[in-house]
Design a protein around this ligand. Structure first.
Ligand code: TRP
Length: 365
């Protein structure tokens, strides 16, 4: 009998080491890319690609994007901009698999199976749904409620072993593990891995330039709160110059940043862009007033980001080339996902599973 409680505390842990080491992560193609997306996600994805030791699969989750209303033309633009951003940041479509979710139908197909595994009680506890739907839960789409089951499908369609995400996605990763464990338990198999989250540290969480307590966000009404990846050098320098700070100079030790959210944010951004530790930044700039530190940060940001924005705008001029790269990524993604979906259907008892795409490839781990 399938039980209906969370298996989080007592998971049947299949040995992760029998799975190919595979990273999967996704970003929603909505709005414009900013420094928070870059340092918090894209740069980390590039680092994981370049570190080796993992297959890396990166997805633009357009099916997730439409859980809230998207203007079709804007969704197309945002998907291509995100693809351009990934490539300009260093994702190599030959080394990583880069694609948009809707082009690999296995995501939606596996999501349906997981809709039938996940329990209403689990879904109702998801804080992101509560935050996003707010007081208007009755008006929210069914897709927004089911969002985390699709996310589990994204990950488990590849038997991904590691998923880099922000702190805000931790609960969705726990749900993914619950779904994997319950599926394995209910069908008496050891098929889906219990994926490891790779949660970013505070250092890569980029805060608003106007309020150190708020995340940098595409939806903040003020453009001065964020650095967009498409901003030119003047805009970047101006936003950093006008960033909110306190009147004190930078402290002499990293601990001195503790109660100073805005100062800490600028130091974190510097450290992440320069690929050094906060302690290194303080060793070099501790004691300086912001009138000296801000220009140094602006120079660093411009030097780091202008090649990326230049490459992005070059790529955006050739959408057909972006679409071609994404089609190639989707074909490679399907080669991994199709045999896993086929095997899932077979486990569940779907007649015809033996004739599905991927039936010739039983190597699904
Ligand atoms: N929910 C994630 C976010 O909003 C995006 C996402 C969708 C994702 N599917 C995923 C992240 C799978 C990691 C793995 O940030």
């Amino acid at each position: 009998m399938p039980d209906t409680t969370s298996l989080q505390d007592d998971p049947i842990q299949p040995d992760l080491s029998r799975f190919t080491r595979r990273v999967f992560s996704g970003i929603q193609p909505t709005g414009h890319l900013h420094l928070g997306n870059y340092l918090g996600a894209m740069k980390r994805f590039v680092d994981m690609q370049n570190a080796g030791g993992f297959e890396t699969v990166y997805c633009m989750v357009d099916l997730h994007a439409i859980t809230v209303w998207q203007q079709p033309e804007e969704l197309r633009r945002a998907t291509r901009e995100l693809a351009a951003g990934f490539i300009a940041s260093g994702i190599d479509p030959a080394r990583s698999i880069l694609f948009n979710q809707s082009q690999v139908p296995e995501h939606a197909q596996l999501a349906w199976i997981f809709n039938c595994v996940a329990r209403m009680g689990w879904m109702k506890r998801m804080t992101q749904f509560k935050d996003k739907a707010g007081k208007h839960a009755e008006q929210a789409s069914l897709g927004l409620f089911a969002y985390p089951a699709l996310m589990a499908a994204d990950i488990l369609a590849y038997h991904a072993t590691h998923v880099p995400v922000g702190e805000d996605q931790k609960q969705h990763l726990e749900l993914t593990r619950d779904i994997a464990a319950k599926f394995n338990h209910d069908y008496g198999v050891d098929f889906f891995p219990l994926t490891e989250p790779v949660i970013e540290g505070a250092a890569t969480r980029v805060m608003s330039l106007r309020d150190g307590a708020k995340k940098m966000s595409k939806s903040d009404p003020s453009d001065m709160t964020r650095i967009n990846l498409t901003d030119d050098a003047d805009a970047i320098a101006q936003k950093i110059r006008k960033a909110r700070t306190d009147p004190e100079p930078l402290p002499g030790t990293p601990e001195g940043l503790e109660e100073r959210a805005e100062a800490r944010n600028l130091v974190n951004i510097y450290a992440a862009l320069a690929d050094v530790s906060v302690a290194d930044v303080i060793a070099e700039h501790g004691g300086k007033p912001f009138s000296e530190f801000k220009p140094a940060l602006a120079d660093l940001a411009v030097a780091h980001l202008s090649p990326i924005s230049g490459e992005m705008s070059r790529l955006m001029q050739d959408p057909a080339e972006i679409d071609r790269l994404l089609a190639g990524g989707a074909a490679r993604a399907r080669e991994l996902a199709a045999p896993i979906l086929r095997r899932t259907y077979e486990i569940v008892g779907m007649v015809g599973a033996d004739r599905m795409v991927g039936a010739d490839k039983p190597e699904w781990v």
